[in-house]
Design a protein around this ligand. Structure first.
Ligand code: NA7
Length: 489
């Protein structure tokens, strides 16, 4: 079927002005598309890097890898960049590509409905829009998971989630509790250990810690990167780093591989050699395999954990009172500040938006069992609607920027079918998704994420919600869509 409107300017709506939304806008412009609108629920770009401002915030992916391939950054200060620097990088890219004009800030999309080959959109400001294509770039870690803890509302000190940091609260010489020991909790404890009078780290489940040297790029190195594009590209595509990432992806997909045993040896040695007190060492020893939860990279968490003003408590938090936290054994520990580093509802994606595809199918119906998308980008019955960093994409200490760029390459070929007038709409077929999911789930159960621990990588049924094959297999899959897997209308 051909489309008479092949030559008209199609309209593209992008949901979210975080890393992936910025990418989509730049790529569309580059392809000569100018009818673009980005809706951003907040007042600034940046996504998770805007929302997280906690002390110690650091990206755990090397800076030159956590960079758009087309916008290298000679100014990165360190191997692992501080969060504020990542946010500043995204702001500089938005400025460089003049994207501000096409972003509607403080405007959340509340509803998207597909009818007459178009997406009818409503926003929180009462505006309507109409788009040929919707790109959902809503991110994964943006709905804080705030546990319901008995008595939480009675606490007289300050209590907040790590992604809602209250910078008006004094921290120096205070009694601070940090609840949770994901990357966030570990980074906060490391940063506050020198400042707090007393710091209690509530670890319901200890974590394996991968040692890392977070080296500084010298002024000479930065000058070289500024003046020599080849050197800058060289560090961005560092072959040694590339090989390590590939090896890591083999390790997580094949838990019995030599690559995984190597990781286990490193984290075990790190624990054995860094913690001198045998009792504390056993407290910090996880009872599950390394990398089952997202592996934590830290240069000096174990130094912080051994400070005299830091207590590691192997317990969750179930009762908060006016003055502090009451443990199951009856002990009350008093605090001025409680930080909930309790993670995110990673399965929300673009919800709570109401999204209705063809034949009145809602996203809630399509995702009643679990969030799923063919190749992580397309949902049956939701034509011309594509996701970046959607469900079952590669996660696990990879650069999500690189992942999104590969996904864009793939998505743009699907959109081209409509843009070139070969069809009016395109979405994955149900049978393709079922086959994909069956293979994906079988492989995911065998990955390290399915080896017996709780983590944000697991779906509600306890199955890893991730791309279960290697990174190079993902890159290959994103080269070109199998068009037979798609319904063209
Ligand atoms: P994570 O990695 O999901 O970690 C959340 C932590 O919070 C984890 O240690 C949980 O313990 C703990 N948690 C959750 N609820 C409670 C209660 N009620 N009591 C005690 N402890 C609790 O989130 P992060 O923010 O650290 O990291 C998310 C990602 O951001 C990270 O992987 C990077 O990609 C960046 P549990 O392990 O469930 O026992």
């Amino acid at each position: 079927m051909t489309n008479n409107n092949a030559n008209r300017q199609h309209r593209y709506v992008i949901i979210g002005a975080g890393m992936a939304g910025i990418l989509a806008a730049i790529k569309l412009r580059e392809a000569g598309k100018h009818n673009i609108r980005v809706y951003e629920k907040a007042d600034r770009i940046g996504g998770t890097w805007r929302e997280n401002t906690y002390p110690g915030l650091t990206c755990d992916v090397p800076s030159h890898s956590y960079t758009y391939s087309f916008a290298p950054n000679p100014e990165w200060s360190r191997h692992l960049p501080p969060g504020a620097e990542v946010q500043a990088y995204f702001e500089s890219v938005v400025a460089k590509y003049n994207l501000e004009d096409i972003i509607s800030f403080n405007e959340e999309i509340t509803q998207c409905e597909f009818s007459d080959d178009q997406w009818r959109i409503k926003t929180s400001r009462g505006n309507s829009d109409c788009a040929d294509f919707v790109i959902a770039a809503t991110g994964v870690l943006h709905h804080p998971r705030i546990p319901r803890i008995e008595g939480m509302e009675t606490f007289k000190g300050d209590i907040f989630h790590s992604a809602r940091w209250d910078h008006s609260v004094a921290l120096d010489n205070k009694r601070i509790a940090v609840v949770g020991t994901g990357s966030t909790g570990v980074q906060i404890v490391t940063a506050l250990a020198d400042r707090a009078a007393n710091l209690c780290h509530y670890q319901r489940t200890p974590q394996w810690i991968m040692p890392v040297v977070n080296g500084v790029f010298s002024e000479e190195e930065k000058a070289l990167f500024r003046n020599d594009p080849v050197a800058l590209k060289g560090i961005q595509n560092d072959p040694e780093l590339e090989a390590n990432i590939e090896r890591f992806s083999v390790a997580i997909t094949e838990p019995d591989s030599a690559a995984m045993h190597e990781i286990e040896n490193i984290v075990t040695q790190n624990l054995e050699q860094s913690i001198s007190d045998p009792e504390l060492r056993e407290k910090l020893r996880p009872q599950y395999r390394a990398a089952c939860k997202r592996l934590i990279y830290s240069e000096n968490f174990y130094v912080a954990a051994q400070k005299s003003n830091v207590d590691i408590l192997l317990e969750g938090v179930n009762k908060i009172e006016e003055n502090g936290i009451r443990s199951a054994d009856g002990t009350l520990r008093e605090f001025d500040v409680i930080v909930l580093a309790t993670g995110f509802e990673a399965d929300r994606f673009m919800r709570p938006m109401t999204i209705t595809g063809e034949n009145g199918v809602t996203l809630e119906q399509a995702w009643s069992e679990r969030p799923s998308a063919y190749m992580s980008v397309s949902i049956p019955d939701f034509p011309n609607f594509f996701m970046l960093n959607g469900p079952s994409g590669p996660v696990g200490n990879f650069s999500l920027i690189e992942i999104a760029e590969h996904q864009w390459h793939y998505i743009s070929q699907l959109m081209a079918l409509v843009e070139n007038g070969e069809c009016r709409k395109v979405s994955a077929s149900q049978s393709a998704l079922s086959k994909f999911d069956e293979a994906r789930i079988a492989a995911a159960k065998k990955s390290i994420f399915g080896s017996g621990c709780q983590s944000w990588y697991l779906d509600a049924q306890g199955i890893p919600a991730t791309w279960p094959w290697t990174r190079s297999q993902f890159k290959e899959a994103m080269q070109k869509p199998d068009f037979a897997a798609y319904c063209l209308g």
